[in-house]
Design a protein. Structure first.
Length: 202
């Protein structure tokens, strides 16, 4: 009798977890970017999925969709503009490599959760309006992680990982791999190295 009651209780707990997990899954939706402008050559490196074991490279064109996990690469004298809904726009400059690490939207809280990794090249990020307070949008480089709410800024990463960040307007919170944190406002710029050294530039 005790064993039967225990099994029933465990079954109810498992069912409850399954229901709440399903509800949470329905709340979180993928946030997909669309190519709104392009010049020259740009490709999307799509990771393995649905049984495929290798990456696939596909040329981008206006109207192409970019999902989380995709790496975008641009050629010489090329650029591509990605747009997420009506809030986030990102211009990826020439000879640049950017990974969309994660990108999702919470339907219940209306919050965005996005992380991008810039390994090389230049990216201009522009938020058309201030994000939901619960949103998180971060750009990671070998030297810093930049978090924004509503702003416009440019980040450039050199082959050695040295990162230059220039704020056009708004506020950008910067964090180094060593945990150092600072805020940059409109007109400010820094050069950061992977070893944690940061220099303000005029």
């Amino acid at each position: 009798m005790r064993l039967g009651s225990l099994l029933l209780l465990l079954g109810l707990v498992a069912l409850t977890l399954l229901i709440f997990g399903s509800i949470e899954t329905l709340r979180i939706a993928p946030l997909v970017a669309k190519v709104s402008a392009l010049k020259g050559n740009a490709i999307a490196v799509i990771p393995p999925r649905l049984g495929r074991k290798q990456n696939v490279e596909r040329p981008l064109k206006v109207g192409s969709l970019v999902l989380a996990g995709t790496i975008v690469k641009t050629g010489k004298d090329s650029f591509v503009v990605l747009r997420w809904v009506d809030e986030v726009e990102m211009k990826i400059g020439p000879e640049t490599e950017l990974k969309v690490t994660r990108s999702s939207f919470n339907k219940a809280t209306k919050a965005i959760d996005a992380l991008f990794k810039l390994n090389l090249g230049t990216v201009f990020v522009r938020l058309k309006r201030k994000l939901n307070p619960r949103s998180r949008l971060e750009l990671e480089t070998p030297a810093i992680t930049a978090a924004v709410r509503g702003t416009a800024y440019t980040v450039e990463v050199k082959p050695d990982g040295e990162t230059t960040l220039q704020v056009e307007h708004g506020v950008v919170a910067v964090r180094t791999p060593k945990g150092q944190e600072l805020e940059l406002t409109a007109g400010q710029a820094i050069v950061a190295k992977p070893d944690g050294n940061i220099t303000f530039v005029k």
